[in-house]
Structures are given as structure tokens and as C-alpha cells.
Design a protein around this ligand. Sequence first.
Ligand code: HEC
Ligand code: HEC
Ligand code: HEC
Length: 98
Amino acid sequence: MGCHLTIKKDSPEIQKLAGFAQQKKPIPWARIYKLPRTVYFSHEVHYKRAKVDCSACHGPVSERDFLGQEKSIAMADCMECHDRYKASNDCNLCHDSH
Ligand code: HEC
Ligand code: HEC
Ligand code: HEC
């Protein structure tokens, strides 16, 4: 809400979020992209360090009013991109206990 107090605050969907924040209630979030707990993944590494755009893994979300799964987060797709970027594909990279 630090951001959405000023940005897009007239949107009905943002107003719903503001309502939950005001009442200090958890947001009933319907997860779309969810990895098994055995897989390690960091947004920070991909976005900040590798500079991969959100749309590479989530599709053109900025053009959508409602979200659905548009991209696959299956192991083969993680590895296909790691190959392309010459990033590691060691099993331990994603399956280490960390
Ligand atoms: C390299 C691929 C990749 C990139 C790039 C990426 N994400 Fe994700 N995102 C994922 C994966 C994988 C998950 C599921 C993570 C989990 O279950 O632990 C996820 C989960 C999410 C979720 C929760 C999803 C849900 O269904 O509730 C949000 C929100 C999200 N990402 C936003 C972003 C934003 C914003 C960016 C850009 C700043 C971004 N992501 C960039 C792969 C990516
Ligand atoms: C669009 C390309 C792309 C996709 C898709 C992608 N990755 Fe990556 N990933 C990268 C790149 C590039 C790096 C190397 C980042 C660096 O070290 O600069 C990386 C690094 C990583 C690392 C190392 C993190 C660290 O701490 O050094 C892990 C773990 C990882 N990815 C997991 C995943 C998983 C799990 C998925 C699938 C759900 C995935 N990645 C999908 C591009 C991608
Ligand atoms: C870049 C990330 C990444 C690398 C590298 C990777 N995996 Fe995975 N792995 C995943 C993701 C994401 C899933 C869950 C989604 C799926 O099943 O496709 C998964 C699922 C699995 C599963 C299914 C069981 C489970 O825990 O859900 C097995 C078994 C597995 N991986 C074995 C391996 C082996 C063996 C290697 C090395 C040859 C490897 N993985 C390398 C990302 C990776």
C-alpha cells in the first residue's frame, strides 16, 4: 500500500486491497504461479541481477485486467532459459535445501 496510496488509487481492485489493509486482514490471494516447496526460486536474483523482465515468466500482465497463467514454470522451461543465458543447470541450484 506504500505504493498504491497514490498510484491507481481510483481502481476498484486497488480499493479492495486498501480495505483489507485498513482492517489489517490478510488478502484472500488466489495463487496462480506456485512452485513445490522442494524448489528454490528467488525473484530478486532474476529481476535485479539477471535483469529478466516480469513478462518473460508471467506474460504481458500490464495489459491485463484479470490474471491467469500464461507461461509455464515447469522444470524444463526453467532449464531452457538457463541454457539460453548460460546460467547453471546443476540439480543443486534449484533443489538444494538452502
Ligand atoms: C524467471 C521467472 C520469473 C520472473 C522474471 C518473475 N517471476 Fe514472479 N514468479 C515466478 C515463479 C516461479 C513464481 C512462483 C514462486 C513460488 O511458488 O515460490 C512467481 C510468483 C509470483 C507472484 C505470486 C504469484 C501468484 O500466483 O500469486 C507474483 C505476484 C509475482 N511472481 C510477481 C512478479 C513480478 C512483479 C515480477 C517482475 C518484477 C516477476 N514476478 C518476475 C517466476 C518469475
Ligand atoms: C527468462 C530466463 C529464466 C527463467 C525462465 C528462469 N531463470 Fe533462473 N536464472 C536465470 C539467469 C540468467 C540466472 C543467473 C543469474 C545470475 O547469477 O546473474 C538464473 C539464476 C537462477 C538461480 C540461482 C540463484 C542464485 O542464488 O544464484 C536459481 C536457483 C534459479 N535461477 C531458479 C530458477 C527456477 C526454479 C526457474 C523456473 C521456475 C527459473 N530459474 C527460471 C534466468 C532464468
Ligand atoms: C533451473 C531450476 C531447476 C534445475 C536446474 C533442476 N530442476 Fe528439477 N524441478 C524444477 C522445478 C521448477 C520443478 C517443479 C515443477 C515441475 O515438476 O516441472 C522441478 C521438479 C523436479 C522433480 C519432481 C519432484 C519434485 O520435487 O517436485 C524432480 C525429481 C527433479 N526436479 C529432479 C531434478 C534433477 C535430477 C535435476 C538435475 C539434472 C534437476 N531437477 C534440475 C527446477 C529445476
